[in-house]
Design a protein around this ligand. Sequence first.
Ligand code: NAD
Length: 256
Amino acid sequence: MRLLEGKVGLVTGGGAGIGRATCLTFARDGARVVVVDRRSESGLETVRLVEAEGGEALFVEADVSQEADVERMVAATLEHFGALHCASNNAAAGAGFAPVPAIEPKAWQRALDVSLTGVWLCLKYELPALEASGGGAIVNVASVSGIKGEAHQAAYSAAKGGVIALTKTAAAEYAQRGIRVNAVCPGGVRTEAIAHYFETVEGSEAASVATHAMRRLAEPSEIADVVAFLCSDRASFVTGHSMVADGGVLVNPHTL
Ligand SMILES: NC(=O)c1ccc[n+]([C@@H]2O[C@H](COP(=O)([O-])OP(=O)(O)OC[C@H]3O[C@@H](n4cnc5c(N)ncnc54)[C@H](O)[C@@H]3O)[C@@H](O)[C@H]2O)c1
């Protein structure tokens, strides 16, 4: 039997990168998928990709920092598929690159609104929906930046550290109610966002690769596989955990 056979899975930021890969992995693992993104074109493209492989998917346009959008996203899921069993709260925003004193307040706020408050809003509406569906699992996408910090990315790192704490808290509250809540902490992943960064900042790709003991970045599907595992019954005793999937960023990358 496939890992998520018969389940309904929701992915925020499903229009690109890790989110799109997670939608495809969920579908390949047997789930019906709700693709959530604030960009309809890319979200609909993910639906097309899922359907091209014989899967079933629904697109919901939503900005995870807006409570009304998040409420509507979960309501649309229940209306269309009748249940919600797993969710990956993956959408996030950075505040650009600047040292702590130089961060623009608006950029700080937007990063926190999307990357931390957005995850809380998703939990707020997903948890009751999962409970009403007989239980399930949530995986929040954090980052190694939330564990070790990241120079010139304070808002992003603070938000991701917050996601890790939020994950543990929600896990504690729902452990006896049939819902597991975990996080995944990726290292560098080859998505459009990171490709743009590498193009903009000279030497950044080699520098980034060098911080990974494996001396490479991940493909989005490698993170999606971790999300699917944590969502599945194979991880039935795992909750409140922030699983590092970083190619060795957090081990000493210089020993090899
Ligand atoms: N790429 C990496 O190297 C890396 C490393 C560690 C953690 N992460 C985390 O992985 C997750 C996905 O990153 P990615 O690199 O795949 O990003 P990406 O930029 O490739 O894709 C993000 C998607 O989220 C959508 N999105 C952005 N803001 C949104 C909002 N407010 N509401 C709804 N949708 C929104 C975008 O439209 C886009 O489709 C993020 O949480 C990111 O912080 C990424």
